[in-house]
Design a protein around this ligand. Structure first.
Ligand code: NAD
Length: 467
């Protein structure tokens, strides 16, 4: 497989850790296991690079546009590397690279607006936005490239430097991305560090870091917030989700079944904003279960590099064990699998696409985040009951409502307690929208201009009208 060695990551030491192909369960490569002294050196260099990078907004725009072009040109190598270590079908990796490029282009042309404060007093006051300093960007393994870009593109556009740490399950495509970007960005403006824990913990508690932007699980998010408290660095947390989809009684089952299936199963269910619970009117329950189970049984599951594959493996062994245990527990508690319900025979981390019925509402596969190809379908008798259940978990990332009367569906969607709600689709995000989970799903706002300002601090200058 193609690898490109990063040029400017300061000489990683000799320590390495293995990287596993989830389609085989076998290690196929390795990545540097960077140690505390190397991390200190990287952050030190990021601090020194900051003064030059923050000084020239026009140069930043030019550099970030060039970065987008460079990533697009490396698209094929990046996509193959991503599929090999992450597991997703190659077409999805290409789409992820395209979204990475789109984020760079969007933020390259976004600049903060300095503006006067008009409070009626005869004082001239102006807000001028300032960057924060070195930013730590920490990313999970489900969308390593696009989630990284969603962090480093606004941070860099704002005039900060960035230290980017991918998950140890998916370090290689991000290292390649770091190398591609190093060829077009000034030295030490963006550095990729890789390693096993406690590398992330050290990064977020380092006094040289002024903003920690983290995407990952709720429990790690809490640890990150605690660690960053020591240096009072700003913290932005994009955490887990347990999105509900509510089907209304006028929904056209056949028309939406395919879209709904992919809203739950894309990337093997490893999407923060996947549909993770489905609430359907009792009258439609059998029809929707049949439609989804039929798709679950016929979807092509296989290695991501096989062009016929529609659904790859889970990314890693602990995640497979977690999905298996949640499913086993639901079945033991009285649920039935209308499709799947078990891991697949053979090598790799494959789990059969699973549709569960008869799941007790307090089962952990309903109340928690399965993050896998397992969908509980829960019947409801009244819309109030469905909304209460949909809003009844500790999560609040996204949600959706599906029906034929769009005004009615939108009025129901408006009652979901989450950051983004959709009608008749799920998890489609605009680059220009604010992205913010509520409850345990996040702290702070990413995306759009909010993502840029999340990497800036206001600085206000007052002066009298005359000397
Ligand atoms: P995770 O929390 O285990 O790890 C995320 C990252 O944090 C990894 O890079 C990991 O190495 C690092 N890390 C681990 N311990 C750390 C510590 N003490 N300090 C600092 N960094 C540490 O999450 P995961 O299993 O990689 O990813 C799956 C989770 O991510 C799911 O809960 C999913 O919902 C969530 N997620 C959320 C969003 C969102 O935008 N809200 C998007 C994608 C994934």
């Amino acid at each position: 497989m193609p690898t490109t060695e990063p040029k400017r990551v300061p000489d990683p030491g000799a320590a390495r850790f293995p990287v596993v192909d989830p389609a085989t369960g076998e290690a196929f490569d390795e990545a540097p296991d960077q140690q505390p002294d190397e991390l200190d050196a990287v952050i030190d260099r990021a601090q020194r690079a900051w003064s030059g990078w923050r000084a020239d907004p026009a140069a930043r725009t030019t550099a970030l546009r060039a970065a987008a072009d460079a990533v697009a040109a490396a698209g094929e190598d990046l996509a193959r590397s991503l599929t090999r270590e992450q597991g997703k079908p190659l077409a999805e990796s290409y789409a992820e690279v395209a979204r990475t490029v789109a984020r760079l282009r969007y933020f390259a042309d976004l600049a903060p607006r300095n503006r006067p404060i008009d409070d009626g007093r005869p004082v001239r006051s102006e807000i001028r936005w300032r960057p924060l300093g070195p930013v730590a960007a920490i990313v999970p393994w489900n969308f390593p490239l696009q989630l990284a870009a969603a962090k480093f593109a606004p941070a860099l556009a704002a005039g900060n430097t960035v230290v980017l740490k991918p998950s140890p399950f998916t370090p290689l495509a991000t290292r390649m991305l770091g190398s591609v970007l190093a060829a077009v960005l000034p030295e030490d403006v963006l550095t990729v560090v890789t390693g096993r824990e406690p590398l992330g913990a050290r990064l977020v508690s380092h006094p040289g870091i002024r903003h920690v932007t983290f995407t990952g699980s709720v429990s790690t998010g809490r640890a990150v917030a605690r660690a960053a408290a020591a240096s009072l660095a700003r913290v932005t947390l994009e955490l887990g989700g347990n999105d509900a989809a509510v089907l209304l009684d006028d929904v056209d089952v056949e028309r939406i079944a395919d879209r709904l299936f992919w809203a739950a199963f894309r990337n093997c269910g490893q999407v923060c904003m996947a549909v993770k619970r489905l609430y359907v009117p009792v009258r439609l329950h059998a029809d929707i279960v049949e439609a989804l189970a039929q798709r679950a049984k016929t979807v092509a599951v296989g290695p991501g590099l096989d062009p016929a594959t529609e659904l790859g493996p889970l990314n890693n062994a602990p995640q497979l064990a977690r999905v298996e245990e949640l499913t086993r527990r639901a079945l033991a508690d009285g649920a039935r699998a209308a499709a799947g319900g078990h891991r697949q025979d053979g090598p790799g981390y494959f789990f059969a696409p699973t549709v569960l019925v008869g799941v007790p509402p307090d089962s952990p596969v309903v109340t928690g985040e399965q993050f896998g190809p397992v969908l509980p379908v829960l019947p409801y008798r009244s819309l109030d009951e469905a909304l209460k259940a949909a809003n009844g978990t500790g999560f609040g990332l996204g949600g959706s409502v599906w029906g034929t009367d769009l005004d009615r569906a939108e009025a129901v969607a408006d009652q979901l307690d989450c950051g983004t709600a959709w009608v008749n689709h799920h998890a489609e995000l605009s680059l220009a929208q604010p992205f913010a989970g509520v409850k345990d799903s996040g702290v702070g706002v990413a995306g759009g201009p909010w993502g840029l300002y999340g990497n800036l601090r206001p600085f206000v200058v007052h002066r009298p009208p005359e000397a």
